[in-house]
Design a binder for this molecule. Structure first.
Ligand SMILES: [Zn+2]
Length: 372
């Protein structure tokens, strides 16, 4: 991307694929990166298997200005910028909601990055293409973590709002909001657990009869409880065992941790399913994910739960699900149709209002950019 000469703005986590393989041990390289403003906390394990430092190359050979923090990003005024704000993934939605409340975020938000990208790219008289991803909505779907997903959706919504504020009075910009796929087979659903009490409502509509739904249709207050979740399932797993070695952990330990982070409470008995493990009957020696002889024990649709020990997180999801009025069917992606929202000149957006193959979205966008 950097060498192509076509990418003016690159903002994300993932510094580990830009830094040389020995960044953790090479003090000279570390000093160099520190001089460039990279926080020492970002010198994590590299994902490269060579000694190239793509951050240095971007700056020295291709004219990028660099940012590693929210403050540094705000201060940049060049027309080519590379921002890498975490060694791997950036802060999750719950952590971001927490730090934004007291203005203590070190990383920029998706909204901050969106506004900066629009500022830089809109200087180009030829126009621009910008792709913004709320990437961790997918991660929360994979781990069946509805509370984290809610915070990720809010984070994404704030970025969409920033785009909308920028384009709403223009006639020259096409905005497409969509997803590349659904993850987790998520749904809010009604159940036979916690049936609501009958009650008399204000007004005459019920003619004096009790309002008493047959099933638990999920009170709106459930969303407040999801919003109140103060850590992701990954945080909960690390709190149970920092090395993610869950052998011999008990329902009580899991319940204590869940109840510390979640407004929806579970009993030790309910949580007993979380540490359960079984023989991995789909073991593939040498496979990146399926090499293990043992897997967390998922009772239904287990074939669709593929990510090894991470699945203890999915089992937290299974334990909370009934009280969240939430269902999950898989730990991977589904082919469920996804919404496509289009905003912009009517002549251009009309064509998006149909069922279409995903590839056609790209083709239509390319055509709109070339022949507006
Ligand atoms: Zn995914």
């Amino acid at each position: 991307m950097i060498e192509s000469g076509n990418v003016d703005v690159l903002l994300s986590g993932g510094a580990r694929v830009f830094l040389p393989s020995d960044i953790k041990t090479d003090l000279a390289d570390q000093a160099l990166m520190k001089d460039l403003g990279m926080p020492t906390t970002s010198f994590g394990k590299s994902k490269r298997n060579d000694d190239r430092n793509l951050i240095l190359e971007a700056k020295a050979d291709h004219g990028y200005e660099l940012a590693f923090t929210k403050q540094q990003l705000a201060a940049l005024d060049g027309n080519k910028i590379l921002g890498l704000f975490a060694n791997s993934g950036m802060a999750d939605g719950i952590a971001y909601t927490a730090c934004s409340k007291d203005n203590s975020c070190i990383e920029p938000s998706l909204r901050d990055m969106t506004i900066k990208a629009l500022d830089v790219l809109s200087q180009d008289p030829d126009g621009f293409f910008l792709m913004i991803e709320g990437g961790q909505i997918d991660w929360a779907g994979h781990s069946n973590d509805a509370g984290t997903m809610l915070h990720e959706l809010i984070k994404f919504d704030q970025a969409v709002q920033a785009v909308y504020d920028w384009v709403k009075d223009r006639e020259d910009t096409l905005v497409i909001v969509t997803a590349d796929h659904e993850t987790g087979s998520f749904g809010l659903s009604y159940s036979r657990k916690n049936l609501p009490e009958g009650k008399f409502l204000d007004g005459d509509g019920m003619q004096g009869r009790e309002y008493k739904p047959n099933f638990n249709f999920g009170p709106l207050a459930t969303l407040d409880k999801l919003y109140a979740q103060s850590g992701t399932f990954y945080n909960m797993m690390s709190a149970v065992d920092s090395n993610w070695d869950f052998n011999g952990t008990t329902g009580q330990e899991w319940a204590d941790v869940i109840n510390q982070y979640s407004a929806i409470k579970v009993t030790a008995e309910q949580a007993e399913q979380i540490p359960q493990r079984e023989v991995n009957e789909y073991q593939v020696p040498g496979h990146k994910y399926l090499d293990a002889s043992e897997f967390p024990k998922i009772v239904d649709f287990k074939e669709f739960y593929v990510y090894g020990d991470e699945l203890h997180g999915n089992l937290i999801g299974r334990t909370l699900a009934a009280d969240q009025n939430v269902v999950w069917g898989t730990g991977t992606h589904t082919a469920a149709p996804v919404p496509v929202y289009a905003f912009g000149p009517m002549g251009v957006i009309k064509q998006f209002s149909t069922m279409q193959h995903h590839v056609d979205l790209a083709n239509k966008m390319i055509a709109a950019l070339i022949e507006p």
